[in-house]
Every structure is written in structure tokens, then in C-alpha cells.
Design a protein around this ligand. Structure first.
Ligand SMILES: Nc1ncnc2c1ncn2[C@@H]1O[C@H](COP(=O)(O)OP(=O)(O)O)[C@@H](O)[C@H]1O
Ligand SMILES: [Mg+2]
Length: 369
């Protein structure tokens, strides 16, 4: 498989501040690659270096194995879809899409044909004569993408293109974008702070934090095998327990909580590494009122604080006995637990292999978005 984009040891400093810190990755041709991270972590800076709008402090960028560092932005085989779309309001839809082709010197029926094919592709055939201000948010989105795709870039760079849309339309557009990418087969490098966008659309996702990549993996692996506390918190929902580690005479490992809870862990941990750890259990890994007598399951008693009804994504908010910490427990969709009400006392359990544990990081890694 050919490598469309290769980034090696890329760093960008603004004065003393390092916005992108020694990042390396490769994207194979035809893949949907996302860079996911909180606001301010350096995503746009990274993308602008690839597009040629920022000069790296150090490192190499190659597109189809050709070093592009000395190549002007408009000569690079990439196009960037901006966060604010940047459509030309004075031109109609057709002229917006044709703009880049004309600038390259293309004329006549060839331009018409390419623009019309693109309008078909993005599901807006016959929209050429419309003015930009006659379009809905989602339609503007498609035109911005059509305008970039018509130039047939080796890599299409997208900087949070769904950011301005409302939640419902964003849900719709992420499915549309994924379908479009599969259809055209262009390599997409997509940046977002929205983990659900990255997870739904991507073949691979790099999780970015303070200028570096925490983990580069498939969405499935990011979810089930997070490599760090940051990834465990940023990707999907998770219940976090602050714990210590302990080993018994039989060699079993336990996570211990300040409230006196003791939970079996499936993996051995290095007890040389003393101190505070963070243990994570996914809401859907939590089992409500597990059958008694199963030694291999961890259990705690909890009070139900609230039922968070949300159709197929309904959950319980519970607080373990002697604790203030809230936990989220996914409700199975089979109505089995419809009898549970707020203020009920229940038991919740999880299998040791459902938990992951990391050394507590001193760094303040993630603020609520
Ligand atoms: N031109 C610049 N000069 C100085 N600092 C910048 C510049 N551009 C971005 N930064 C800083 O670099 C960091 C990363 O910014 P950015 O790449 O825009 O993050 P993101 O796109 O992930 O939100 C931020 O702290 C931002 O303030
Ligand atoms: Mg940005």
C-alpha cells in the first residue's frame, strides 16, 4: 500500500512555546485518518504545517514520498477545508467550486463537467446557480468539500469542518462525509475535538494532547485498549476510580479505594511502582445486580441517584456506599431493569478484565470541554 502522507519528527515552536512536539506518523493512500484532541492541543498548527501555511521548526513532511517542505502551499498536492469554510459569498455555487480549477488555468466544458460531477458527488446536483446565502449550513459544508475535492488532491485536510453545525446535522453529516470519502477514495486527514466524529468516520485515529500523540490506533483499539489515562478519559465515557495497588499471598492483584473497597485486577502491575493509580471501567461493562457467588466479579453497593433516560443510550447515575463519587452504569435495552427507581439500593459489578489501570498523572490532562 502506498503512503500518501508521512510526517517525521515534526515540531513547531512559537517563541518558547512548543505547539507541536516531535510528531511522527504515516497515512496510507485512501484512508480516513483523524487527529483527535482538546481545543488548544496543536491540531490546527499541525494541519497548517502539512498544508504549507506554517513553516515547521524542525522535521520532515512527505507527500507520496516527496519532501514538500520547500513547496509553496498552492503547489502542494493537498487542499484544506477550513473550520469556517471560507466560501466566496459573491460567487454562486458553481463559481465557488470552479475557482481553483480556473486559477490552475482550466477552462471551458472540462470545468463544467468536473464541477457538475462534484455537485452530484456531494448530493447537490443542479445547485450550481444558487447563491451561497441561499444554502443551509449542511449544504455550505458540502460545497466547501466539493470545492476542495474537485482539485483532486492527494490528501484532503479538514479542520473541524462540522464545528459550526448543530448537533443533529453534525450526526447526519458525519455519516455523509464517511460515505463520500469511501466513494471518492481520497485520503482524508481530519481534525476534531469531538471523539464521536473521529470514532465513527476514521480508519485510524491519533489522540493528541499538549502537542504530542498519546496513541495512534484503530477506533476499536482506542476504545478497548487505551494506552494512557488521557485516552481512557477522552475517548468514550468512562468511570474513574482513584486507587492504590496491592498483592495478596496467592499473587492476586487488587485495586484498593480510600473508602475500603478492594477490587480484583486481571493484569499484574509492577508494585515497585507505588503510589496512586487511576482505574477505569466503562459504563457498559458495569453489571447491575450480578448473580451472587461469582468470585471472579467485583462488586459494590450503590445508591441510585437518577435515571438518565436517553432511549437506547439510557444510564443510571449511582453513588457507591461510603463514597461521593458518581458512577455511570449503562442500562441494557431489554427493559430488564425498568423497575429501578431513584433512591433504590442496587449492587453493581464488573469483571476484572473490564478494568484498566494507569499510574496517576500529575499533569492536569483534560478539562471538561
Ligand atoms: N501563530 C501563533 N502564535 C503563537 N501561538 C500560537 C499560534 N498559533 C497557535 N498558537 C498556540 O498554539 C497552541 C495550539 O493551537 P492550535 O494548533 O490552534 O490548537 P487546536 O487547533 O488543537 O485548538 C495554542 O496554545 C495556541 O494559542
Ligand atoms: Mg484548531
Amino acid at each position: 500500500m502506498q503512503i500518501a502522507l508521512s510526517v517525521k519528527n515534526l515540531t513547531k515552536k512559537f517563541g518558547d512555546f512548543t505547539a507541536v512536539n516531535n510528531i511522527s506518523f504515516e497515512v496510507e493512500d485512501g484512508k480516513f485518518f483523524s487527529i483527535l484532541g482538546p481545543s488548544g492541543c496543536g491540531k490546527t498548527t499541525l494541519l497548517r504545517m502539512i498544508a504549507g501555511f506554517h513553516k515547521p521548526t524542525s522535521g520532515i513532511i512527505e507527500i507520496r514520498e516527496k519532501n514538500v517542505l520547500e513547496v509553496e502551499p498552492n503547489k502542494r498536492p493537498v487542499n484544506l477545508v477550513f473550520q469556517n469554510l471560507a466560501l466566496f459569498p459573491m460567487m454562486n455555487v458553481f463559481e465557488n467550486i470552479a475557482f481553483g480549477l480556473r486559477r490552475r488555468g482550466e477552462k471551458g466544458p472540462e470545468v463544467d463537467k468536473k464541477v457538475n460531477v462534484m455537485l452530484e458527488r456531494v448530493g447537490l446536483p443542479g445547485y450550481g446557480k444558487k447563491q451561497i446565502n441561499q444554502l443551509s449550513g449542511g449544504q455550505k459544508q458540502r460545497i466547501a468539500i466539493a470545492r476542495a475535492l474537485v482539485l483532486d488532491p492527494t490528501v484532503l485536510l479538514l479542520d473541524e469542518p462540522l464545528g459550526a453545525l448543530d448537533a443533529k446535522l453534525r450526526e447526519h453529516m458525519k455519516v455523509e462525509l464517511k460515505k463520500l470519502q469511501v466513494e471518492v477514495g481520497t485520503t482524508f486527514v481530519y481534525i476534531t475535538h469531538d471523539q464521536s466524529e473521529a470514532m465513527v468516520m476514521s480508519d485510524y485515529v491519533a489522540v493528541m494532547n499538549s502537542g504530542h500523540f498519546e496513541q495512534l490506533d484503530t477506533p476499536q483499539n482506542l476504545y478497548s485498549n487505551p494506552a494512557s489515562s488521557f485516552v481512557a478519559q477522552f475517548v468514550g465515557n468512562n468511570n474513574k476510580f482513584i486507587v492504590g495497588l496491592k498483592k495478596d499471598e496467592s499473587g492476586n492483584f487488587y485495586a484498593t479505594t480510600p473508602e475500603g473497597g478492594q477490587f480484583l485486577l486481571s493484569e499484574p502491575f509492577d508494585l515497585q511502582d507505588q503510589g496512586t493509580f487511576e482505574m477505569y471501567v466503562r459504563p457498559e461493562a458495569m453489571i447491575i445486580n450480578p448473580s451472587q457467588g461469582n468470585k471472579a466479579i467485583n462488586e459494590l453497593n450503590a445508591d441510585v441517584k437518577a435515571i438518565l433516560f436517553d432511549g437506547g443510550n439510557s444510564r443510571l447515575l449511582v453513588v457507591p456506599e461510603n463514597s461521593k463519587q458518581e458512577l455511570i452504569v449503562a442500562l441494557p435495552q431489554n427493559h430488564q431493569f425498568d423497575y429501578i427507581k431513584a433512591k433504590d439500593k442496587i449492587r453493581v459489578g464488573w469483571y476484572p478484565e473490564s478494568a484498566v489501570c494507569f499510574k496517576k498523572s500529575e499533569e492536569k490532562i483534560y478539562e471538561e470541554l
